[in-house]
Design a protein around this ligand. Structure first.
Ligand SMILES: Cc1cc2nc3c(=O)[nH]c(=O)nc-3n(C[C@H](O)[C@H](O)[C@H](O)COP(=O)(O)OP(=O)(O)OC[C@H]3O[C@@H](n4cnc5c(N)ncnc54)[C@H](O)[C@@H]3O)c2cc1C
Length: 405
């Protein structure tokens, strides 16, 4: 049985790994000419994703590549004295098992775990998918697959081809995110430093790479007017929004004209509640994205891939039964991640002076409470801080022999 996956970042190779392990023949098509090696941004693997990584035999490499960013120094606009925080204390409150890793490192690890058994086609993209599995590619190639799975990110091509335009499913959750590659002039070496104000937050982090990342998050009452390809306008919006902010912000903004890598996007959330049509389904950000940088979507991508492959194996490749089972199994995690992301976006970028004071107070508390107490407080938090750790993974290992070629 032949399965085509679109996208070779996190969800795609993770899904390829499990499908191959269950005996399916897998092809992955990736639009980029090669595996991305620029680092990208840091992503989070929480307990269930870490457990899956361990089952994939990739734990040692993931641990070896972790960013190791463990300390945060956060200034507040209008205050001289920064708040210091051991990030480990926050993260252990959220999850018992967490690793932060650069997205491209994770992608490479998953790719390396699959490339001997899975066919990877770089520099191509799906142009059409017919109801009976006939697929044409931008390159002009044609092929037939039993199933097609979109793992091609928030702006998924497969989703657009099968479900329609993105605007029908995505909702802006009030915030914007920019990431800029900058020289590490602060010598951060595994530390994060930043400044928070009402409606805006800027930080710089150097996760053991040649350069550092400046991250800007801000909120606006209305959606901004710009074209997604108009980088000059996006930089202008960023400069306007962070005008007058102290700390290192003027220097970071000055880097905007020199930076080799600039990312700017609204934080949007996908609101799809069915992810499958006929032979096609979606996994990772393509189907589930609760919002980049605020919803733990990388863990969701890894867990989604594990469940989808597991259900396909359990039903011997019968997608008419496996897809509904996959949707039933992942649905609650997706919906809870959306709520988590909306709350996180509000908390990380406080909208009022009161919320800013509350954030500072919370950070102070986390740093001063004994770790056990912080974890206990997180466990009883009604806002589901321990969302990821509450996910119980089904064991699909008995289906490993359900070869469906
Ligand atoms: C700035 C930023 C910061 C983030 N911070 C965090 C964080 O702190 N923690 C966290 O957990 N997550 C974070 N995320 C989200 C995280 O990166 C994603 O959840 C994760 O990468 C999802 O993996 P994915 O494989 O589903 O999609 P992606 O990583 O988006 O990969 C999609 C892949 O599909 C490919 N593709 C696109 N179009 C096509 C096409 N037409 N044909 C073939 N291939 C195609 C792309 O090239 C890419 O390789 C952040 C995201 C962004 C943008």
């Amino acid at each position: 049985m032949r399965i085509l996956i679109s996208g070779a970042s996190v969800a795609g190779p993770a899904l390829a790994y499990w499908l191959n392990r269950y005996g399916f023949a897998v092809t992955v098509v990736e639009r980029a000419p090669a595996l991305r090696k620029t680092g990208g941004h840091a992503v989070d693997l929480f307990r269930p994703a870490m457990d899956i990584v361990e089952q994939m035999g990739a734990l040692d490499r993931v641990l070896a590549e972790k960013t190791g960013v463990e300390h945060l120094t956060m200034y507040r606009e209008g205050h001289d004295k920064p708040i210091e925080l051991e990030l480990r204390r926050v993260l252990t409150a959220v999850s018992d098992r967490h690793v932060e890793i650069m997205r491209d490192d994770l992608s490479e690890i998953f790719h390396d775990a699959t490339c001997d058994d899975v066919e990877y086609v770089f520099g191509d993209s799906i142009a059409s998918i017919s109801d009976d599995g006939e697929v044409t590619f931008d390159s002009g190639r044609e092929d037939r697959f039993d199933l097609v799975i979109g793992a091609d990110g928030l702006h998924s091509n497969v989703r657009r081809l099968i479900f329609g335009p993105e605007s029908e499913f995505s909702t802006w959750i009030g915030a914007y995110l920019a990431v800029v590659s900058v020289p590490d002039h602060l010598g951060l070496d595994g530390r994060m430093e930043g400044i928070a104000g009402v409606g805006r937050m800027a930080a710089m982090v150097a996760p053991h790479m040649d350069d550092a990342r400046a991250v800007f998050l801000f909120r606006t009452p209305e959606q901004l007017d710009y074209h997604y390809r108009d980088v000059a306008r996006q930089k202008e919006l960023l400069r306007e929004r962070f005008e007058g902010v102290g700390w290192e912000v003027p220097r970071l903004l000055a880097e905007l004209d020199r930076t080799p890598a600039f990312y700017f996007d609204s934080i949007t959330q996908l609101r799809l509640d069915n992810w499958s049509r006929g032979r096609v389904t979606l996994v990772g950000d393509a189907g589930h994205c609760p919002g980049p940088a605020v919803g733990g979507s990388t863990s969701l991508a890894v867990v989604g891939a594990y469940i989808l492959a597991g259900e396909l194996a359990a039903y011997g490749g019968d997608h008419t039964r496996a897809y509904p089972a996959y949707e039933a199994e992942i649905g609650d995690y997706v919906r809870r991640s959306r709520t988590f992301a909306i709350n996180a976006a509000r908390r990380i970028v406080p909208g009022t002076p009161f919320e800013l004071r509350a954030l500072a107070g919370m950070v102070w508390l986390i740093d001063h409470l004994p770790a056990g107490l912080t974890r206990a407080a997180a466990k009883i938090s009604s806002r589901g801080m321990r969302l990821h750790d509450s996910i119980v993974l089904k064991d699909y290992s008995t289906h490993a022999v359900a070869r469906a070629r």
